[in-house]
Design a binder for this molecule. Structure first.
Ligand code: ZN
Length: 249
């Protein structure tokens, strides 16, 4: 089997056997894959710190026709996010974005936009800290890339503009609704949260952050997007439970 060379981001890794690691990674060209890194847990392993959470690496691996797991031959670090782990909340953000990415992507489905989103988000966490707007941006775009995004502009039933009064939604409802059309169980998304959502979807993350988005509104938006993701994944996200929720004043 020929060796493949690619860029990848490490999503997760687990100890395997005596000294190996099972690694889940997002290959920029070929999508999410799992592989075995032999001897990665042994002292002086040739893998060094390349297999840490969200490490951006160049990777060489062999695919075997009969097996699901690839054999990882070599990795070179391009960019590490290990230093961010010293901040608790930043560490949880990294764990959450990698958990979401792993959960939403099918194995071996090319996912270059999600690859770029993940890298951009990790870099923004380094630059700005674990800031709720960064999480809101990541989650909303993941919802959009998954094809689960509702219009944030108009009521899904009557078409009324949602700009001023906010919108009602629930994770399972396909759409946002005005006060008249909403169901009782739907939660209100404030006008501020909606405008942060629109800014996230219509521009770059950098531009969103320059606008100094309000903490409470950003948290509202990221919670909504995480609810939608959990609804479609049909499970709770583990890292979400570890987030320190910032109480709005
Ligand atoms: Zn309506």
């Amino acid at each position: 089997m020929p060796i493949k060379e690619s860029e990848a981001i490490v999503l997760r890794s687990f100890p395997l056997g005596e000294g190996d690691r099972l690694v889940s990674f997002l290959d920029r060209q070929f999508g999410r894959l799992r592989g075995v890194a032999r001897g990665a847990r042994l002292p002086k392993s040739r893998f060094g710190s390349t297999l840490e959470l969200l490490s951006y690496i160049r990777i060489w691996y062999f695919e075997r026709e009969t097996r699901e797991l690839v054999r990882i031959n070599q990795c070179e670090l391009i960019e590490s996010f290990l230093d961010l782990q010293s901040d608790y909340q930043a560490g949880v953000y990294l764990a959450l974005i990698s958990e979401v990415t792993e959960a939403v992507l099918g194995e071996r489905e090319a996912a270059d936009p999600q690859f770029r989103l993940l890298l951009l988000t990790a870099r923004a966490i380094r630059k700005n800290g674990p800031y709720p707007a960064v999480l809101a941006y990541f989650c909303l775009w993941t919802v959009r890339l998954g094809g689960w995004l509702s219009s944030l502009d108009q009521c899904a039933r009557c078409g009324k503009e949602l700009e001023h009064e906010g919108a009602y939604a629930s994770a399972g409802s396909s759409g946002m609704f005005c006060t008249n059309c909403r169901e009782n169980w739907m939660k209100l998304l404030s006008p501020v949260a909606l405008s942060i959502g629109r800014a996230a979807l219509s521009g770059t993350l950098e531009r969103l952050l320059k606008g100094n988005p309000q903490l409470a509104g950003s948290t509202e938006m990221s919670s909504y997007a995480l609810d939608v993701l959990e609804h479609h994944l049909e499970r709770k996200l583990v890292a979400r439970q570890m987030l320190i929720t910032e109480k709005s004043e």
